[in-house]
Ligand binder design. Structure first.
Ligand code: ADP
Ligand code: MG
Length: 322
């Protein structure tokens, strides 16, 4: 069992950022309205995630760390239909097989539970005083899998990957207040007030966000909306472009290209606009035949959607006479 979990961990838990992603997604699934992410040494020493979600019943806590013990049984096809991010039931068993994990959780009006698992072995299970929600602390990630540790990059790189994950989650869940700190220093904070432009401001700066152009567009099957930066406000990194399909962060080369095309010759080669593009579509249009932890998706009638995006952004920029 421990070995199976460590093998699964190889797939699910690549680095500190993947732990942050899995745990924060669990908090989102638990309907948290606030998620605080505190890391030490870019997550290699410690990752602590505190949410105000629904918590886990004391009798279910141990089960949550067993393989495939998901409470969210779904098919891949359901991915873009429903409001849950987890579905494999692998994150907690995987993470706790390669780290020293303590979970404190409580449901409304009930005493809390503390479970300590180290390297897949239960160290302690007891009831404890805790407010509603879940706090999970992951210490010494990969302490027992040195081969994994070798793939981990510098703290600066790992921290920027964590930061990217948290930014994406904040952009796709503007109703949740996120915070991220490293060694006690706050790196990011979103208000959770459903304001996308303000969330963009928390990531890219208030001034950039204020100057962004909002856009909307529609064809038969697709509806798009979002914000995109002035042609002079660009980044050298592709990740400046965020694409959300039905509220889920995805990667799609053709659609990113369509955004850039919308700028025509106004964009310098090799520069990327800061864009948050929301796409609403019938989930049947999403080809989910791709690995679930990868964010790449294919879409039916992708060329129609790409044209809508390019045309909408082109029109918006022309309108401003930029
Ligand atoms: P999955 O998310 O795919 O179901 P996980 O291993 O990530 O699998 O989590 C296992 C289960 O533990 C979840 O289905 C959920 O019931 C519970 N759980 C995990 N994290 C939280 C949390 N922060 N709040 C409430 N329940 C949680
Ligand atoms: Mg999960």
């Amino acid at each position: 069992e421990v070995l199976a979990n460590q093998i699964a961990a190889g797939e699910v838990v690549e680095r500190p950022a993947s732990v942050v992603k899995e745990l924060a997604e669990n908090s989102i699934d638990a309907k948290a309205s606030r998620i605080d992410i505190l890391v030490e040494d870019a997550g290699l020493k410690q990752i602590r995630i505190i949410d105000d979600g629904i918590g886990i019943e004391s009798e279910d806590v141990e089960m949550a760390f067993k393989r495939h013990a998901t409470s969210k049984i779904l098919s891949r096809e359901d991915l873009f239909k429903i409001n849950t991010l987890g579905f494999r039931g692998e994150a907690l068993p995987s993470i706790s097989s390669v780290a020293d994990v303590v979970m404190k959780t409580a449901t409304k009006g009930k005493p809390g539970t503390l479970l300590h698992i180290k390297g897949g072995q239960k160290e302690e299970l007891k009831s404890t005083q805790s407010r509603e929600g879940t706090e999970i602390t992951v210490n010494n990630l990969f302490y027992n899998t040195p081969a994994r540790l070798k793939y981990v990059k510098t703290n600066a790189t790992e921290l920027s990957k964590i930061s990217d994950i948290v930014n994406r989650l904040a952009l796709s869940h503007t109703n949740i207040a996120f915070s991220l700190s490293n060694n006690g220093k706050t790196i990011f904070q979103s208000a959770g007030n459903n304001n996308l432009q303000q969330t963009i401001g928390a990531i890219y700066g208030i001034k950039v966000a204020r100057e962004m152009l909002s856009f909307t567009g529609e064809t038969g099957a697709f509806k798009i909306s979002g914000y995109t930066s002035l042609p002079k406000v660009t980044r050298a990194a592709k990740k400046a472009i965020s694409i959300l399909i039905n509220g889920r962060y995805v990667k799609n080369f053709a659609l990113s290209k369509a955004i850039i095309e919308g700028y025509g010759s106004k964009l310098m080669v090799g520069r990327y606009p800061i864009t948050v593009l929301n796409i609403e579509l019938d989930p049947l249009y999403v080809d989910v035949n791709v690995h679930p932890t990868k964010q790449e998706v294919r879409i039916s009638d992708e060329d129609v959607l790409a044209k809508l995006i390019a045309d909408t952004i082109y029109a918006r920029i022309s309108e401003e006479n930029l």
